[in-house]
Structure formats: C-alpha cells, structure tokens
Design a protein around this ligand. Structure first.
Ligand SMILES: Cc1cc2nc3c(=O)[nH]c(=O)nc-3n(C[C@H](O)[C@H](O)[C@H](O)COP(=O)(O)OP(=O)(O)OC[C@H]3O[C@@H](n4cnc5c(N)ncnc54)[C@H](O)[C@@H]3O)c2cc1C
Ligand code: FES
Length: 250
C-alpha cells in the first residue's frame, strides 16, 4: 500500500547527494528499503539511511526521479511503499563497515545503531558524504586518505573483525568477493543493489541466478553471493534484457 508523507528536512550533503527526512511512523530495520514515488517521477528503491523517527533517505541525483526528489520543498508530498527486504543481522564482537558510492547510505542506518570501524571509498574527496570522525577513507585520486580503493584499504584488516558489512556498487562488491580470503572466520554480509520494479518479488527484474534481491535480500551472506555466477557479470536492463557489466559503470 502506498503511504503518503511530507518532507520535513532536505539537507545537501555534497554537490549531488541529499538527505531527506519525512514525517512517518514507519517501523524499519537497518538494511531495509522503501519504494519511493513523487508526482512527476517513477517509483524507485531507496535504502533508509536512518531507521529511527523521523526516518531519512540519502540519495545521489542520478536521473529524473532523484532530481525531482532533490528539488522538493519542506511540506511537499512524498509517497512510499515498504519497508521491504531483509535487514542486516545483529552483530557481536568487532564490527567493520565497508562502503562505496551510495552504499554508505544503507550502512549509515546500521552504524547509527551498532557502531564499529567504518571504511569508506569514493573517486575523489568531493564525492564523500555522511562522513564522521574516525572513518577510514580511501579515494581513487588520493585527494583524501588512502590512495586506492576501499577494498585495498580494508582487506588487509579483514581478520581483525568478527562481522563485516559491505554495501556499494556491484563492481565494487564483485572486487571484494574476487579478492577476499574465502576461508575467513569473519562473518561477511553484502547488501546488493539491482534494478528493481516491484520491490516485492514478483517481476523478476532484480534476479541474480534465481535469487530475488528485493525479497530474498537485499542482504546476503558471502556463501550465497559466491553461488551467484551472474553477479558482477550480467545485469538486466529496464526492458529485461541481459547485459554485461561494462567497466564498472551501471
Ligand atoms: C535496494 C536499493 C536501494 C537503493 N538505495 C539507494 C540509496 O540509498 N541512495 C541512492 O542514491 N540510490 C539508491 N539506490 C539506487 C536508486 O534506486 C537509483 O539511483 C534510482 O532508481 C535512480 O532513479 P532515477 O529516476 O533518478 O534515475 P533513472 O533515470 O531511473 O536511472 C538512470 C539509469 O540507471 C539505471 N538504474 C537505476 N537503478 C539502478 C540499479 N539499482 N542498478 C543498476 N542500474 C540502475 C536505470 O535502468 C537507468 O538506465 C538503491 C537501489 C536499490 C535497488
Ligand atoms: S523488483 Fe520485482 S522481483 Fe525484485
């Protein structure tokens, strides 16, 4: 069912990333997402970057709908369905978060609740957002922190952690999977992002080897992701056609 809500706050995090709070009594767990709709746009999936009240989403302006969202004013209407998807498991012991791109938004809800060491990657310092003191930063161009990818930065420390949560663009997660020591004793979970239409397991647009990312995930264990031979290789276009990933781009 589509729920009606109103924007209560819209903060610009950097040149193209915004955090929006909206009045809602939603009950959600970190890792879950909403299907958001605004008049003039289409329905799009968005992770909750904060699941407490009032909830928030943090989004990069990308196409028509995210641009429309970024132009809303306080009091404007936002509609949503959800929350959908499973949630991150409750961690214990030493916890690490590894995020890239807008994956940082989904991890943020978890970080607010459970804390831990946070490793964040971006192309350049201007692309970073939701950064707090103590975060370990990697930039491709070396403009802030470690020069290289967040995977280069994090993987040497993997064995120090009991629980690891990873969220980012599919090529980033694929690079993690390809390079991680599969015998690790750390419990590693990935939040996956695929093109979604229904968000509830009906349309098949988000399927990877039969796993519906919207309903069976979005959070999967490393064992599950290792079984997905299409992961990081093929994706579905909006028309449902299978396409190869090209050069780390959507
Ligand atoms: C579960 C989930 C959670 C998400 N959470 C966030 C979030 O917290 N913050 C955020 O900024 N973004 C998030 N996204 C991505 C966000 O949904 C897209 O950026 C958004 O749909 C773009 O809509 P648009 O109308 O602005 O652009 P469009 O015009 O729809 O997008 C342009 C192109 O991108 C393609 N595309 C859209 N979404 C995806 C995708 N997921 N994978 C591959 N290609 C895609 C479209 O097919 C189109 O070709 C999430 C996606 C998923 C699946
Ligand atoms: S988005 Fe329709 S099955 Fe996942």
């Amino acid at each position: 069912m589509m729920v009606h809500s109103r924007v209560t706050e819209l903060v610009r995090e950097n040149k193209d990333v915004f955090t929006m709070k909206f009045d809602s009594s939603i009950t959600a767990k970190p890792g879950q997402f909403l299907m958001i709709w605004v008049p003039g746009g289409k329905e799009i999936p968005m992770s909750l970057s904060n699941t407490s009240s009032p909830p928030s989403i943090t989004f990069r302006t990308f196409g028509e709908t995210t641009k429309t969202l970024s132009r809303l004013k306080i009091g404007d209407r936002v509609f949503y369905r959800g929350p959908y998807g499973n949630s991150y498991p409750e961690p214990s012991g030493k916890v690490a978060y590894v995020g890239g791109g807008t994956g940082v938004a989904s991890l943020n809800a978890m970080i607010l609740k459970y804390r831990g060491d946070v490793f964040v990657g971006a192309r350049t310092r201007d692309d970073l957002f939701l950064i707090r003191d103590g975060y370990k930063i990697a930039t491709d161009d070396g403009s802030l922190g470690f020069k290289g990818t967040v995977i280069d930065l994090f993987l040497p420390h993997l064995s120090e952690y009991d629980y690891v949560f990873v969220c980012g663009p599919e090529p980033m997660v694929k690079s993690f999977i390809d390079r991680v020591d599969r015998r690790t004793h750390s419990k590693v979970f990935f939040s996956l992002e695929r093109l979604m239409k229904c968000g509830v397991g009906i349309c098949d647009s988000c399927s990877i080897n039969g796993y519906r990312v919207c309903k069976d995930g979005t959070i999967f264990s490393m064992d599950d992701v290792l079984k997905m031979t299409e992961f990081g290789v093929y994706k579905r276009s909006e028309s449902g056609k299978m396409e190869f990933f090209t050069n780390g781009k959507r």
